[in-house]
Design a protein around this ligand. Structure first.
Ligand code: HEC
Length: 171
């Protein structure tokens, strides 16, 4: 059986036949080595970032989509709330893990002052579903009926880390 050889004109596209003579003899080895190295490095980087992305995404996947939550927050909450200043509603930085009605200088309603919960996934979910059911007589006239929206909003609220607060804890 005759070994199939590439004929000219056929070999160009298929890549099965490399040119007999390397075009740049002195550097080709080096170049090939370099290319291999780059490919390997790229592979490693790729693996590395895939790994990083997986671990970074784990909490979000568990609790909600913080990016979507941010959009919802902008649309639904920012009429009355902001991360770093109290508006009609109290500021939200550090709200997850904070006691209810604990922003200094914010005039909470007696209903919210009597609530005594720590804001976490569960309490925030109950609050956002129906503030009035949780603390009758409170002044937040707003609820989030969709469970998915609540999860995503809470995931976003978790990103408002307390240590990033700007100058509130220091005089
Ligand atoms: C119409 C204005 C308004 C909107 C819109 C609004 N809030 Fe509020 N929110 C308030 C007010 C007012 C309070 C304080 C209620 C009180 O003292 O009775 C409050 C309180 C809160 C609290 C309790 C904070 C604490 O310090 O104890 C949380 C949490 C909260 N809001 C989350 C949200 C989220 C999340 C959204 C968007 C989905 C939202 N709110 C939309 C007005 C609003």
């Amino acid at each position: 059986m005759r070994e199939r050889t590439c004929t000219e004109g056929r070999s160009r596209l298929c890549g099965c036949c490399l040119p007999r003579k390397p075009p740049m003899l002195p550097t080709s080895n080096h170049t090939a080595h370099h290319a291999r190295l780059v490919t390997t490095l790229a592979g490693l980087l790729c693996l590395g970032s895939a790994h990083a992305a997986t671990s970074a995404n784990q909490p979000a996947a568990h609790t909600g989509d913080a990016a979507r939550g941010q959009t919802l927050y902008t649309q639904q909450c920012m009429a009355c709330h902001a991360a770093d200043i109290s508006l009609a509603g109290p500021l939200h930085r550090g709200v997850v893990g904070r006691k209810s009605a604990s922003v200094p200088d914010y005039p909470y309603s007696p209903a919210l002052q009597k609530l005594h919960v720590t804001w976490n996934d569960r309490t925030l979910n109950t609050w956002l579903q129906s503030p009035n059911a949780m603390a009758p007589g409170n002044r937040m006239g707003f609820a989030v009926p969709s469970a998915q929206d609540r999860q995503d909003l809470i995931a976003y609220l978790k990103t408002l880390q307390p240590q990033a607060a700007t100058g509130r804890s220091k005089p």
